[in-house]
Structures are given as structure tokens and as C-alpha cells.
Design a protein around this ligand. Sequence first.
Ligand SMILES: Cc1ncc(COP(=O)(O)O)c(C=O)c1O
Length: 407
Amino acid sequence: MNKLLLMTPGPTFVPEKILRALSKPLVHHREEEFTVLLSNCYEGLKKVFETKNDVFILTGSGTSAMDAAVSNVVNKGDNVLCVVSGKFSSRLKEIVENYGGKPEVVDVEPGGIVNPEKVREKLDKKEFKAVTMVHNNTSTGSVNPVKEVGEIVKEHEALFIVDTVSSLGGDNVEVDKRHIDICFAGSQKCLALPPGLSFITVSEKAWEVIEKKKSKPYYLNLQNYKQKHPQTPFTIAINMIYALNESLNLVFEEGLSNRIKRHQICQEMVREAVKALNLNLFVEDKVASKTVTSVEIPPLTIPQEIEKLNISLKKKRDKALRETLKRYGVLVAKGQSWNVTKDKRVDLFGKIFRIGHMGFIYPRHVLKTISALELTLKELKHEFKEGEGITKAQEILEKNMKHINEI
Ligand SMILES: Cc1ncc(COP(=O)(O)O)c(C=O)c1O
């Protein structure tokens, strides 16, 4: 069995209870008992999204919900304001283009967050069908000010479409308070399910637009989902619903606010340890994600067997760091790249690595990660004081023990 600790920003470690739920015998999805289970899941999801809006479950990864959010709203020629602050907000822009929309980009420095006033300026000048934005930037580890932007979008015709794929269940999403019209998330992130489901919420304001739209997608037609609710138009991934129900039970057993606090404690442990190890964080503390932390790869002594490979320097740096960490039992994610506009590309591969601390990652997993990181850095001859990272992480855990039910 693979004993590698998944400290990646999704998929992440899946607890036994959820794995067991996946292997339960199948019921027929049109039977009453399954409809009841589905309804329980909708109620649970509404609590995690913090919304009274309709919630739907799609069989498809997070990108299917991105596709649904755009294809149900955007007509050919529609102006859409796309805040591009990472790989997935860039993907939202690409989806807009795919459906013939005209994206206008609000460009955000990698690792930074959007200035809400830039959104206001654009919205005051021109009519936009929607504003698209990612809450928690999985590719950089920064968190956009959804609440502030939501206040601005609310005063305009545009719909507010927000991707909370890597924050739902690990940070406050507050769909209603933040005036989000269409919000979505995926299963393999903070809810710690395997990949394969996504969840999407739709406001009254969004329904008005969706209902008027002439050309509709087929599989992802949200009006069809609304009509069939609480059932689904097509065969849903039945076993994933068992697992979702179990995951939501675990969320409410812990309590959503306790869970978010735990994510924040793990974040603090990681960040303070990283600083103590003489490494640079990619994102400033005040805008840092609770679920993923990006760290700059320092100058390293690359091992001989990697050095002699016929690959680029950035590949060598990434390989040296992440493969050594893997030997010590921990998998972290590589840096990603994306297009901001036709002429501007961001490439963080070989520059950063990303530590996911989402879902059912507890302080004990963080301690193991920091220990593995220290061993890795020592092997690759980075200059730091041995033991300083783990000491910092322990100090933060000690201070916060009262908030942790299980370490
Ligand atoms: C913020 C965000 N949006 C969208 C996606 C795409 O989700 P999926 O890979 O499940 O299609 C991801 C995946 O990492 C993500 O982190």
C-alpha cells in the first residue's frame, strides 16, 4: 500500500470512513432512499457554502462546474470581466473565450490579490455579463477579497461567479454574505473525497440570466438540474454520494468553524516553520491561504544523478527538492504555469513548491512534513539551523492545543 503522505493541494488524504463509504453496495439512484440521501447532501452543502441558494451536485471534476458556471450564462459577444490571479482564474477566462465571450482581464501579480477598486473602475465604465474570480488561488496560495469585490459587483448588472474549489470546507465561503451568484467547488480538496464530483450554487439573480439564455449546454444545463431537483438529470456517481454524505457528517461532527480554525493552525505551523528554515514564502502573511502554502525553492546542490539528466535547470531543481522529500515520505506539489493574456505567461515551475494542508490534514501531518523538509534541505545543502522549523511548528501547536480535538 502507498504510505506516502499526500500534502498536495488536492487530491488530498482521504480518511478511512470516507473510503469505506465508497465501497458500500449500490442502490438504484432513482429509489426513494437515494433521493433522501441526496437531499441530505444538498442540505449539508448549503451549510458549508453558507447559502440559501439552490445547490446542485455534478458528476465531473471541478472544471465541469467551471464549465457549467460559464456556459449557462455567457452568450457569444458578451463582455466578461475576468480577474486573473492564478492558473484556475486563467482557465475561467479560457472557458469564457471558448463560449464566444469577450474576456477583459484584471491582471493580478502572482502571489498577490486583486485590488477591488480595479474591478469597480471597469464595471463603472462598461456593461459586463459577469465577473469571474477565484477565491483561494491554489496555484499561488493567496486569497482574493471576495467580500469586498462582492459588494461592488452587487451594485451592477453583472453576475458574480466565484471558484471556491480549494476553499470550500477549509475557509469561510459565505456565498450569501458575499453576494456570490454562482459559486462552485470540487470534491478532492477540503472535503477530502476522491476527485469526480463538483458542487454549484445558483442565486435568484443568476437564474434570471440562465432562464433567458437561448443556447444551453446539454450535460451541464443547470435549468435541467433545477427541474429534476432533488433528483439529477443523469446517473450520478452513486458511491461518491455515500462518500460525500460521510464527509459532510465529519465536517459537522467537527463543526465548520473548528474545522476552519484547524486549517488556520496548520497554515500557521507551516508558514512559521518555513520562515525558520531560512526559506522564502511566496505570499505575504496577510493574504495567505488557509489550505495551501507556496514556498520558493532555494538555491540547492543538485544530486549527481539528477544533474547529469538532459533536462532544464528548473526541472532539475523541482526534481531534486520534491523527489528527496518523497523519499522521506511526503509528496508536495510543483509550481504551475498559466496564461494571463495572449502576450503574458506566468511560469512558477521550478521556482516554488506547494504544500497542501486541507481536508483531514492535522498538525501531526504538518510535523511530519516539516521534519521531512528539514532532512531534505540538509541533504541538498541549504543553509539553515537544524531543528528550528520543527521547533517553530511545535510552538504553534502547543499554543493552539485547546482548539485541536485530534492531533
Ligand atoms: C481553484 C481551482 N479551481 C479549479 C480547479 C479544477 O478542478 P479539477 O482539477 O477538479 O477539474 C482546481 C484544481 O486544482 C482548483 O484548485
